[in-house]
Design a protein around this ligand. Structure first.
Ligand SMILES: NC(=O)c1ccc[n+]([C@@H]2O[C@H](COP(=O)([O-])OP(=O)(O)OC[C@H]3O[C@@H](n4cnc5c(N)ncnc54)[C@H](O)[C@@H]3O)[C@@H](O)[C@H]2O)c1
Length: 276
């Protein structure tokens, strides 16, 4: 893929799923890659696969919720490679549970990883991206950043917040005349470990929810997702939709506006939420 040769790209949550596929696709496209994750085993697999294809890779354990560590990490990556061009704020977790039965800590945890992780990564790397003269911030939201469904309030909140943050940043970079492009990614169902790694409110069986996700919702491979993301980055798209499901949902939301809220609950909650 053109446009990535010689670029330095940072991918969080690179030990599994979309992050792993992104790191490998970036490496194949000629980028130097800084990968990180809390899952050091998964990260080692990604590192080996990158080294096997001759990619210059820096691999570190990083928890995206640890702001001070993230700031130090950004400086270390810039020093290691001499510049940083792109950050893919991809690390994320999922949680299922109605608001009524979710604990504050469950909602806070999702916000910490899925929203504050993105803010930490963006703020830590922004000065380096600006000084590279050719930067790109790529923040991973979700289709659940476009519409809300029952049982996903924590995840919906974090992913809507990522969209707001990212869309504001894109406009700010343009207004300031900074050489930094900004894209927000909205995947539909991707065949990754996200649901298997997810937690759920008391009374719900995360194993059953994961089975339902894997069987009914996950339709796009992580490799295809990575390809679509890099194509969107190359075209400097503001919004990158992944999968036919994501494109279809976006059209429905545009057509129905807020009325989707009376349309979705029966259909979508049967698929993704607690059984009712
Ligand atoms: N799979 C889907 O259907 C789907 C749909 C929409 C959005 N997304 C988003 O895509 C992104 C990637 O998810 P995935 O589907 O590849 O899931 P995944 O579970 O396969 O990968 C997520 C990775 O993030 C890492 N991670 C979790 N918490 C972390 C933390 N605090 N610090 C650093 N790393 C952490 C995990 O260890 C894991 O390796 C997430 O932001 C997710 O919300 C996924």
């Amino acid at each position: 893929m053109e446009g990535f040769a010689g670029k330095v790209a940072v991918v969080t949550g690179a030990g599994s799923g979309i992050g792993q596929a992104l790191a490998i696709e970036l490496g194949r496209s000629g980028a130097h890659v800084a990968i990180s994750d809390v899952d050091t085993e998964g990260l080692a697999v990604t590192e080996k696969r990158l080294k096997d294809i001759g990619v210059h890779v820096k691999s570190d354990r990083l928890d995206v919720t640890e702001r001070e560590a993230f700031l130090l990490y950004a400086d270390a990556v810039a020093e290691h490679f001499g510049k940083v061009n792109q950050i893919y704020n991809n690390a994320g977790i999922a949680f299922t549970g109605d608001i009524e039965v979710s604990q504050f800590k469950d909602i806070e945890r999702v916000m910490d990883v899925d929203y504050w992780g993105v803010v930490n990564g963006t703020k830590a790397f922004l000065p380096h991206l600006i000084s590279s003269g050719d930067g790109h911030v790529v923040n991973v939201s979700s289709v659940f950043g476009l519409f809300a469904v029952p049982g996903q309030a924590a995840y919906n909140s974090a992913k809507f917040a990522v969209r707001g943050f990212t869309e504001a940043l894109r406009q700010e970079m343009a207004l300031a005349g900074h050489p930094v492009k900004v894209s927000c990614v909205h995947p539909g169902g991707i065949k990754t470990a996200i649901a298997r790694n997810a937690t759920a409110a008391e009374g719900l069986d995360p194993g059953e929810l994961a089975k339902a996700f894997d069987a009914k919702l996950a339709s796009t491979t992580p490799e295809k997702a990575a390809e679509v993301i890099l194509d969107g980055v190359r075209k400097n798209k503001a919004r990158i939709l992944i999968g036919r499901d994501a494109k279809m949902f976006e059209i429905v939301i545009r057509a129905f506006g807020p009325h989707y809220q009376s349309l979705f609950p029966k259909v979508v909650s049967r698929l993704v939420g607690p059984s009712r």
